[in-house]
Design a protein around this ligand. Structure first.
Ligand SMILES: Nc1ncnc2c1ncn2[C@@H]1O[C@H](COP(=O)(O)OP(=O)(O)OP(=O)(O)O)[C@@H](O)[C@H]1O
Length: 326
């Protein structure tokens, strides 16, 4: 489907904030997703992906901020049949066959796709006559997928859609999703996997500790994840001086150990050795996504009231940090 110029974005979140008791799960998220975009919400456990998705779907009321879906409130958009969702939790209904679950979902939408077509497209047809409660985890996910698609919604919101799905099932899933994206639908999905986000999304929004810590095309986010770090024992040198070394983007100190995050680890290592002969126990590590998450989260240690006390800090108490980039 095509959208006229000036049409409202698929999703607009402004200042979205949500806490559960003392845990600030989402802290002022601003996010605009153009109609027709495919966006991955990527982040580690507890980053706030599901909380953001639940707010987008009107399943939970934010403490502050607004949610707009195609210029309407979430509940208006859902009532108008504009949204299809695939959530992590939720049991299949009892006493219904798989086909009936999908038929029931179709009945909620003004212009659903033919049920049989969707059953075949999603690979659900082969077990459509089974009881919906008697399925494997992966099959159950596929039924949720069929239910999300059958209403032919303009916005698809998928929370970790391939969790529990085997490799073949994942490939089929993403093949169908590519087709849906080609039809101009807006797609938002949450995932832990950079590879999945990279393969499928136009844009990756990286969440950590309830905030957006990076937002851009997959290539940009991959570059962040590719950051290498140098560890060394080097007492009595200020982190600010280490951050100034060529190839270094940030430096942290933990006791006598310094950790340098590097855009160019080779150049940084040479500069470190020539500038600080006392540096020893050198170690160069390839950047993992987890490290990138942690690095990007470091500058979120602002001690704002309500910071989730239950969430452990990635930086040891008393650690000194300088020049952390985001
Ligand atoms: N119903 C709830 N009650 C209390 N705390 C909650 C609840 N739901 C989420 N949280 C907390 O809010 C924070 C964000 O959780 P959320 O589920 O949004 O993260 P996520 O990025 O989806 O994580 P995951 O990848 O593990 O699903 C976490 O600290 C989590 O423990």
């Amino acid at each position: 489907m095509s959208f006229p110029d000036g049409a409202p974005p698929g999703v607009r979140l402004v200042g979205l904030t949500k806490s559960y008791g003392r845990v600030l799960a989402v802290r002022g998220i601003d996010l605009t997703i153009g109609a027709g975009q495919t966006v991955a919400l990527l982040g580690p456990n507890g980053a706030g992906k599901s909380t953001t998705i639940d707010a987008m779907l009107g399943l939970s009321r934010p403490d502050a901020g607004t949610v707009e879906i195609f210029g309407r409130t979430a509940s208006e958009a859902i009532r108008a049949g504009l949204v299809g969702a695939m959530l992590q939790s939720g049991q299949q209904p009892e006493y219904l066959r798989v086909r009936e679950v999908v038929e029931l979902t179709a009945s909620y939408y003004p212009r659903p796709r033919p049920v049989q077509e969707v059953l075949e497209l999603t690979g659900v047809a082969e077990f459509a006559d089974r009881w919906a409660t008697r399925l494997s985890g992966g099959q159950s996910q596929l039924v949720r997928f069929a239910a999300a698609l059958v209403g032919d919604p303009d916005l698809l919101v998928l929370d970790e859609p391939t969790a529990a799905v085997d490799v073949a099932g994942r490939n089929d899933f993403w093949r169908v999703m590519r087709e849906v994206a080609r039809q101009g639908k807006t797609i938002v999905f949450a995932t832990h996997y950079l590879e999945e986000a990279d393969a499928f999304a136009d844009r990756i929004v990286l969440l950590a500790r309830g905030r957006i810590v990076a937002d851009g095309p997959a290539t940009e986010i991959k570059a962040l994840a590719g950051t290498r770090t140098i560890r060394a024992t080097l007492p009595e040198v200020e982190t600010g001086r280490l951050t100034a070394l060529p190839g270094v983007t940030s430096a942290q100190r933990h006791g006598e150990t310094v950790i340098l995050s590097c855009a160019d680890a080779d150049t940084a290592l040479r500069a470190l050795l020539s500038g600080y002969a006392a540096a020893r126990d050198l170690e160069v590590r390839g950047g993992s996504l987890e490290e990138a998450f942690l690095e990007l989260t470091d500058d979120q240690q602002d001690g704002a009231p309500g910071d989730p006390a239950e969430v452990p800090s990635p930086v040891a108490d008393g650690a000194e940090t300088a020049g952390v980039n985001s």
